[in-house]
Design a protein around this ligand. Sequence first.
Ligand code: SF4
Ligand code: ZN
Length: 322
Amino acid sequence: MSSFPEIDLDDRWIRSHRAPKNQVDELLPYAFLVEEECTASGAIESVATLFLTNKECPFRCLMCDLWKNTTDERVQPGSIPAQIAYALARLPPSKHIKLYNSGNFFDTKAIPPEDYQAIASLLDPFETVIVECHPKLINDRSLTFRDMIKGKLEVAIGLETAHPEVLEKLNKSMSLDDFSQSVRYLNDHNIRSRAFILLKPPFLTEQEGVHWAKRTLDFAFDAGVGCCVVIPTRAGNGAMDVLETGGFFSKPSLDSLEEVLDYGIALGRGRVFADVWDLEIFSDCPECLDARKKRLESINLHQELLPQISCDCRSTGDFQRR
Ligand code: SF4
Ligand SMILES: [Zn+2]
């Protein structure tokens, strides 16, 4: 394990390395798209993802860059329903929807509870509604919202890593017990959950990063989640770039992402997805990048293992090792 820096990686330090936020409009989602996903039933169906503009998350996780597209103040009641209506009017129909708000859907300072009913009405056509939330903000408001929507509610939670010391250093204000308790609470109340898992957070070597991503998949499924998303850790938020320069972080390799996805699929305990956004930054070989990206996308969609892509960039025989 790499050593930890001497300094406190606290809110103040993390914020001090930030660049200015992007300009956002509280009446517009900052992005929206439709993509195919293997859904809980095993069918491949369209899922709309809306990235809602709202007040910055109250937590200051070391690796987070979601604050870039947030406001400093709570948005006006009516703005979130307006954003959802705006995106839905411009997207093709889909059966499922993700409302990702760069923070916590059940944070009353982010999504005004007085908007829940208007939001729920806009969500009538969807069979599944997926929101994101930190365990400390999952509570009876989640149940209130569950009862307002017609579809099935699913909550995505950033588990990040099951490595207890690294999790603490991520400044997430969350213990592994907090995560497990929230998943249990959601399961007990007929709400699904999914976990976001970081591949190779700071302070870990490549090998440790792979090891702990696998242990984190085990931990998430033991806790009772139905789905895990493995996200290769990136720099780019200021704090992570300082850690990278100081030798406390380096981005994971595409090989590692493949190994962890293969492991998760082979477990057969629930859906496992690899985040393939910006995949080129994790690849050193332009020759095989497209084929490897297509392979990961296909595994994501079908939840079935595929043979490794062979390329000269892999050491001899290495591509056959799994
Ligand atoms: S809880 Fe989520 S949105 Fe909030 S700072 Fe942490 S990673 Fe970012
Ligand atoms: Zn290659």
